[in-house]
Design a binder for this molecule. Structure first.
Ligand SMILES: [Zn+2]
Length: 252
């Protein structure tokens, strides 16, 4: 199994309002967005799809006129499209077999529309919640005719070495992914169950959909990582980002 971390742009965020409620409100932070490419058993599997390239020309394409307009400002260049990143690896959009959507925020499903041959894997509870809350989950990025969604009901082993676990709190039905490599390496994709490591250290969960569930999910992920000598991959942590291998390098 190979795992590439694809860099797909940044957002300039109000740190306190977006990530660390009660701390650093009004402080601006540039936070990385990333997607993943997993290659195993002859399959190409994406982990989230990043932001839509419309944000290259129009950073406010998603949030203009909404409560998020000043809080989350996409920063995207041509190289930050997942299509560009896949092209660097000589992979065409039609070659993608599966897309795992951890959740359906615009920075995680923005390019779903570009993968017509893929089966999209999302927790059913999350998909339904997203449909009911279009202001937070713009349907133009995921509710697209022709896309094949396979809705999941809870935790499961997807393929050998790839497990899905449910970590609600950031949003309902948030899905995290555990990757177990043949060499013994284990990576826990926390995604936005833990956007910043700081949330875990300082116990800051009030800004999420359900702070109690968010805290429990984060503690569970952290405990699992400790017990299994695994690496936690955070949703948008700028400090952590500097420590990891980014495509074209990969984990195996
Ligand atoms: Zn996110």
């Amino acid at each position: 199994m190979r795992f590439y971390v694809l860099p797909v742009g940044n957002c300039e965020d109000d740190k306190g309002k977006v990530f660390t409620p009660g701390k650093d409100e009004g402080v601006r932070v540039v936070a990385p967005n990333w997607a993943g490419l997993i290659q195993t058993q002859g399959l190409n599997i994406l982990l989230d799809t990043g932001m839509h390239p419309i944000h290259i020309e129009n950073p406010d394409a998603t949030f203009k006129g909404t409560q998020y307009e000043e809080l989350i400002i996409p920063m995207m260049n041509k190289e930050d499209s997942i299509l560009y990143q896949l092209e660097l690896l000589k992979i065409k959009p039609e070659d993608i077999d599966f897309v795992i959507n951890t959740h359906l925020h615009f920075d995680h499903c923005g390019c779903n529309s570009f993968f017509p041959n893929a089966t999209f894997l999302v927790q059913r509870e999350h998909y339904r919640y997203a449909l009911d809350h279009p202001e937070s989950f713009p349907p133009k990025y995921f509710l697209i005719p022709g896309l094949n969604y396979h809705l999941l009901d809870g935790e499961t082993t997807f393929l050998p070495g790839i497990d899905f676990i449910c970590c609600p709190g950031h949003v309902p039905g948030m899905m995290c992914v555990i990757l177990r490599f043949n060499n013994g390496r284990t990576i826990v994709i926390a995604s936005d169950a833990i956007s910043l490591k700081e949330s875990l250290i300082d116990d800051l969960w009030e800004g999420f959909w359900n702070p109690v569930l968010a805290k429990n999910s984060a503690k569970r992920l952290d405990a699992f990582a400790s017990a299994n000598d695994a690496e936690l991959f955070f949703g948008h942590d700028p400090d952590w980002w500097k420590t990891i291998k980014v495509s074209p390098e990969y984990y195996e």
